[in-house]
Ligand binder design. Sequence first.
Ligand SMILES: *Cc1c(COP(=O)(O)O)cnc(C)c1O
Length: 385
Amino acid sequence: MNIPLVDIKAQFHRIGGDVRRAVDQVWAHGRFLMGPEITELETRLAERAGVRHCVTCSSGTDALLMALMAHEVGAGDAVFTTPFTFISSAEVVALLGATPVFVDIDPRTFNMDPEKFAAALHSVKRENRLRARGVIAVDLFGLPAEHGAIGGIAGGHGLFTLADAAQSFGATLHGKSATAQAHAAATSFYPTKPLAAAGDGGAVFTDDAGFAEKLRSIRVHGQGTDKYDNIRLGLTARLDTVQAAVLLCKLRVFDEELARREEIARRYTKQLNAKTGGAVQVPFVPPHCRSAWAQYSILCVNRDSVRRSLDAAGIGNAVYYKTCLHQMRVFAASGYAAGDFPAAEDCARRILSLPMHPYLQPQQVDRVADAVAQAVTETANGSNG
Ligand SMILES: *Cc1c(COP(=O)(O)O)cnc(C)c1O
């Protein structure tokens, strides 16, 4: 039996009946855009996220984009983020004509290193070519970034903070939700994220009422008091009512699923430490954090041959991320070179994500750990290149 990386069908098996009924209701009332499920979902999500306002939207990428638009980010602005993330974190900055400025990660957490952020901010200020405007700290694999330290540095220089919480809905830092750390947080409901829709979706969270109002306007073409009163440029970035109906069902089992993810992660770590004798680096969760475990990612040498062994054993695996953003062709003109972000580049060579979803069985976790241990030993002995 193969073990997939994520198993979307297992969840549907469990809540499929509820989802069908909820979707039927949307067909019955026919309000496919901004229907009552949207309002209900925004209320529930704000509660769960520990903030006053939630503005749902069409994707995690659009959530980030809308937040930057609300801050009126544009040409000549510098926005800091890491190069070890999904393209969206920097793409939205460049889309608005601003400049993504990359900051290396802490190789233990894969998240932005606050000291390196301070240094990068310093050099942007010293060069005085770009205006330092904001920072997007990413909660990679579900683990919150050091939002306290990053926010402290940003606040001291008048920068806004935006959390890329696409992978961390449900995570906490010092007992407080990951989505309630920065001035605003953007999350994604992409089908493989911890809280997932049956398609694209996203949301922005904030305590700032004026900011939320701006986001609601940007979500629908920069709308003012009515449909034909446009006061700024905006997007068509609403979440479909059908997706809100699906998400309301998913939210009911979310906390239980989160607990299962945590249990699975604990079992992986114990098994891998015992079976590989420390040959792989298991995820590090600082004592003040709880991860949402969007991914369970390890670092290993000979990563690509370990991958081939897992493939051969029918075990799902993935590499997030093989190429750092500063080395992508789309950002070739920004003048970065290999070696600029050594921690991110080293992780890109060694990172490997193992199957992770709430319905993974303990025996499956053990089988994956065994296969990893065997692959690591084989490759260490040189038999597999
Ligand atoms: C998934 C993801 C996004 C984008 O979310 P979409 O809903 O796919 O647009 C942004 N940032 C990170 C870190 C992600 O993992």
